[in-house]
Design a protein. Structure first.
Length: 531
C-alpha cells in the first residue's frame, strides 16, 4: 500500500469516527486550517493583544466582507459557528449580550465544566473573528469587514448595491429585516451622515420611503495599538422624530427657515403625489438638501410621480454585455501588440509590408469591424506596426496605451462625480453631525440605549484562557492539539517539495489520526457511562 493510500485510509477513519461518535467536535475540526476569506481585502500585520488560539488550539476564522452575503460559501460555512448565537439570542442587543457573557470572567467561571463544549468553542472563534475584524485589516477594508461580521452575527445581510434607485444609508439588514446604519468610532468622534440621503430614505426611497433607520454605534478603546474594547449604543431616527432630533443635536441650520413648516408637513405624512411635491418645495428652500443629487430632484416628476431613471438600477444583461466588450477590447489590445511585433520582424527580415500583413487577419468578430470605425482600427494598427518597424533602428518614447488612456479618463470622470457630490456648499452643509453627548441627550426622542461592553483586552483574555482551559479539560485540549497537528502534517505531506520531509509528515499524521480516533472512542464511552 502506498504512503498516500495509508494516509487517506487514516483520514477516512478519523472522519467516520467523528461523525458517529462526536458530531459537535467534528463540526469544530472541519474548520482547521481552512481559509474562509473570499474577498480581496488587504490584511495587515496582526496587532498586539491576546487571542484564545495562542493557547487553545481552536480553528481561526478570518472574517471578510463575504460574510455579509448569505449566498457566499464563506457565510454558509460560518453560519454553523454563529448558530450558537442566532438560534437563541433574539435581537441585536441580545446577541451582543450573549457574546459579552463569554467575555466576562465572572460569568465564565459559572459555566458548567465540560458542558456545551461546542458552544464554547464557537464563541471563542467568534470573538477572535471580531478581534481580527478590528485589528487585522487596513483602514479601507476594516469597515466593510466589520459590517460583514455584524451581518453574520445578526443572521442578516450586508447592503452595498443600490436600493430604490439610490445608494443605501443602511450598512446591513438583520435577519429580522431591520435596517441598521453601523458606525465604528473613537469615543469623541461625532456621528456623521448625509442629510439628503436620510431624507430620501425616510420619505421617498422606492416611492414610499422607509419609516425608520436604526443607528448602531460601536465606540472603540485601544490598547497597544489594538482595539481592546467596544461599547455598543443604538438609537432610532424615524419620520416622527427626524426634525426634533436634528434640531436638538445642533443641526437645525440644515433646515434653513422652513424647519417648523417641514415638521408640520411631516406630521401630516401621506402616500400621495401632492404631499411629495410640497415636501420637494420645502426641501428646495433648505441649505442641507442637495439640489442636484437628491431624489426629490432626480426621481420626482412634475406631477409628483416617483420614477427611477434608466440605468439607476443595473441590468444584469447590461453587465454581461459590458463584460463581453472587455473581452473584445482585449482582442484589440492583443492585435495592436501583434502589429507592433510584426513591424519589428518586418524591419529585421525585409517584409511583409503592413498592407500585406493586415490582409491575412480575420477581423469580423472585433468591435467596429463591420462599421465606419474599421478604417480607424486599421490606422491604429498601422501606427503600432510602424512603431515596431522604427524601433529596430532607433528608440522612441513610448506613448500611452489604449487602456492606459481609458483608465485615466475613467478616473477623471469618477473624481468629477465625487467632487460634485461633496464639494463646498453642496458637501459640508449637507452633512448632519451628532456628538456622543448629543446622542445620549436624545434618549427621550430617539430611544438611545446602551448595549454594554465587549472587553477583548489582553488582561481579560488571559483570565478567560485560564478559565476555559480548565472547562475544556486536559483530554479535550489534547484532542484539539492532536487534530491541529494532524491537519498541519497532512498539509505538509501534499505541499512540501522535500519528499523525505513529506513522507515523515505522512507517517506522523497517520499516528496522530490513530490517537484522535482512540480519544474520540474514549470520550464516547465516558458519555455513555454518565447517561
Amino acid at each position: 500500500m502506498s504512503e498516500l493510500s495509508k494516509l487517506l485510509e487514516i483520514i477516512t477513519e478519523v472522519k467516520n469516527e467523528m461523525e458517529k461518535i462526536d458530531p459537535n467536535i467534528k463540526e469544530r475540526l472541519d474548520y482547521l486550517n481552512e481559509d474562509l476569506s473570499e474577498s480581496g481585502d488587504i490584511i495587515v500585520e496582526e496587532q498586539g493583544g491576546q487571542r484564545f488560539s495562542m493557547t487553545i488550539p481552536i480553528p481561526r476564522l478570518m472574517p471578510s466582507e463575504a460574510w455579509g452575503d448569505p449566498a457566499s460559501q464563506s457565510r454558509q460555512e460560518v453560519d454553523r459557528i454563529f448558530a450558537s448565537i442566532t438560534r437563541k439570542s433574539g435581537d441585536i442587543e441580545g446577541r451582543i449580550a450573549h457574546v459579552a457573557t463569554f467575555l466576562d470572567p465572572a460569568a465564565a467561571v459559572k459555566k458548567a465544566p465540560g458542558g456545551q463544549v461546542n458552544t464554547l468553542l464557537n464563541m471563542m472563534q467568534i470573538i477572535e473573528a471580531l478581534q481580527a475584524a478590528m485589528n487585522d485589516f487596513n483602514e479601507s477594508s476594516a469597515g466593510f469587514v466589520f459590517e460583514g461580521f455584524m451581518a453574520a452575527l445578526t443572521g442578516g445581510r450586508q447592503e452595498a448595491g443600490r436600493v430604490g434607485g439610490t445608494l443605501p444609508i443602511e450598512d446591513f439588514v438583520t435577519g429580522d429585516n431591520e435596517n441598521v446604519s453601523l458606525k465604528l468610532l473613537s469615543p469623541n468622534t461625532p456621528i456623521h451622515g448625509s442629510f439628503t440621503n436620510l431624507v430620501d430614505y425616510l420619505f421617498l426611497r422606492g416611492g414610499h420611503g422607509v419609516p425608520s433607520i436604526k443607528y448602531l454605534i460601536a465606540y472603540k478603546d485601544s490598547e497597544n495599538d489594538a482595539v481592546a474594547k467596544l461599547h455598543f449604543w443604538e438609537f432610532l431616527i424615524s419620520r416622527e422624530n427626524f426634525v426634533d432630533l436634528m434640531t436638538q443635536s445642533g443641526n437645525s441650520g440644515l433646515f434653513g427657515s422652513v424647519g417648523e413648516q417641514m415638521k408640520q408637513h411631516i406630521a401630516s405624512h401621506q402616500e400621495s403625489d401632492e404631499w411629495k411635491l410640497i415636501m420637494k418645495q420645502l426641501l428646495l428652500q433648505t441649505s442641507g438638501y442637495n439640489q442636484k443629487l437628491g431624489m426629490f430632484v432626480k426621481n420626482l416628476s412634475d406631477e409628483g410621480e416617483f420614477v427611477i431613471p434608466p440605468g439607476a438600477e443595473k441590468d444584469p444583461a447590461v453587465k454581461q454585455r459590458q463584460f463581453t466588450l472587455v473581452g473584445k477590447q482585449a482582442s484589440i489590445s492583443d492585435l495592436k501588440n501583434a502589429a507592433e511585433e510584426a513591424g519589428r520582424e518586418a524591419a529585421k527580415s525585409g517584409g511583409p509590408a503592413f498592407q500585406d500583413w493586415i490582409k491575412d487577419l480575420t477581423l469580423t468578430d472585433l468591435p467596429g469591424a463591420k462599421t465606419k470605425t474599421r478604417k480607424e482600427l486599421f490606422k491604429d494598427l498601422e501606427r503600432f506596426w510602424n512603431r515596431g518597424f522604427e524601433s529596430v533602428s532607433k528608440e522612441e518614447e513610448v506613448v500611452e496605451s489604449y487602456f492606459g488612456a481609458f483608465h485615466e479618463s475613467e478616473k477623471k470622470h469618477m473624481k468629477e462625480e465625487l467632487v460634485l457630490e461633496a464639494r463646498g456648499e453642496e458637501g459640508k452643509k449637507s452633512q448632519f453631525s451628532i456628538s456622543r453627548k448629543g446622542m445620549n441627550d436624545a434618549q427621550f426622542i430617539a430611544g438611545t440605549t446602551s448595549y454594554g461592553e465587549l472587553d477583548m483586552s489582553q488582561g481579560n483574555i488571559e483570565q478567560l484562557v485560564k478559565i476555559y482551559v480548565e472547562k475544556l479539560g486536559e483530554d479535550l485540549m489534547t484532542l484539539l492539539e492532536n487534530t491541529k497537528n494532524f491537519s498541519e502534517n497532512i498539509g505538509r505531506y501534499f505541499s512540501d517539495e522535500n519528499r523525505t520531509e513529506a513522507a515523515t509528515a505522512n507517517r506522523t499524521a497517520r499516528d496522530q489520526g490513530k490517537e484522535i480516533v482512540a480519544s474520540l472512542e474514549e470520550r464516547a464511552k465516558e458519555e455513555i457511562k454518565s447517561e
